[in-house]
Design a protein around this ligand. Structure first.
Ligand code: GLP
Length: 250
């Protein structure tokens, strides 16, 4: 694992944008696994700026998003589909048909999970997966549990996740209680992973993810098994972690 210890949110965003931009330049038809949440927003903004300066071309890029709330349509301003369009896709030249996200309106969960697995398979897997981390250690919406769930599945959101995400909704009661999420296998099969974290609120989860036992009780801990993991985090998020000789701290 490589840990990039950045000063603050802006520096974290710059480094993550650098790593994503490098992927897009090296492989113009790469498959990007994308995340929502406030953590990657700054990186998306910087990538848009580089696209506007003609430094990046997304015309052959495909994307698969990690997750989507159940019950929200892509037109709903709180959906992750809407988030991705308004914060990234609408401002770059990625083709809408090359962007993929679970369909939150599909009530047949078996059908939708199968469909999404086939989408990921048909793309040939993910080249670069961007991840944030939940305060409880979730990745995508893989919540703490008794087992790692390998494939796309429908999940009941943890109370702490509903609470944390309530800031994006008018009230806590409006936060969906279930979601579709990519499973652990697709995440781990990504050729490379960039795990982003910012702020003191993530310090404990990040410590347990990188230094604790590998356990489904802290889903992000499974990332320790990945051979090409870059952790891009700011000093506050890394405040519980001391670098060891096996980490490459640039
Ligand atoms: C959400 C998303 C995750 C994200 C996490 C952290 O629940 N499903 O993919 O990583 O929250 O969000 P934030 O970056 O806003 O802290």
């Amino acid at each position: 694992m490589r840990i990039y210890q950045m000063k603050n949110y802006d520096e974290m965003s710059r480094k993550a944008a650098d790593l994503i931009a490098a992927q897009v330049i090296v492989k113009p038809d790469a498959v990007l696994g994308l995340a929502t949440g406030s953590t990657p927003l700054g990186a998306y903004r910087l990538l848009i700026e580089r696209y506007q300066k003609n430094e990046l071309d997304f015309s052959e890029i495909c994307s698969v998003n990690l997750d989507e709330y159940m019950g929200l349509s892509a037109a709903n301003a709180q959906s992750y589909a809407y988030f991705m369009r308004s914060n990234f896709f609408d401002s770059i030249n990625i083709l809408p048909e090359n962007t993929h996200i679970p369909n939150g309106l599909e009530e047949d969960t078996v059908l939708e999970c199968d469909r999404y697995e086939r989408v990921i398979g048909a793309l040939g897997g993910i080249d670069l997966q961007i991840l944030g981390i939940g305060g409880n250690g979730h990745i995508g919406f893989n919540e703490p549990g008794d087992a790692f769930i390998p494939e796309t599945h429908c999940v009941e959101l943890a109370a702490s996740t509903i609470q944390a995400n309530a800031r994006f909704f008018a009230s806590r009661g409006e936060v969906p209680t279930a979601a579709y999420t990519m499973g652990i296998r697709s995440i781990l099969q990504a050729k490379s992973i960039v795990l982003m974290a910012s702020g003191k609120a993530k310090a404990k989860a990040l410590y347990r993810a990188l230094r604790g036992p590998i356990t489904p009780a802290l889903p992000a801990s499974v990332l320790q098994l990945h051979g090409n993991l870059s952790v891009v985090a700011d000093e506050e998020a890394l405040s519980d972690i001391k670098a060891t000789s096996t980490d490459k701290l640039p």
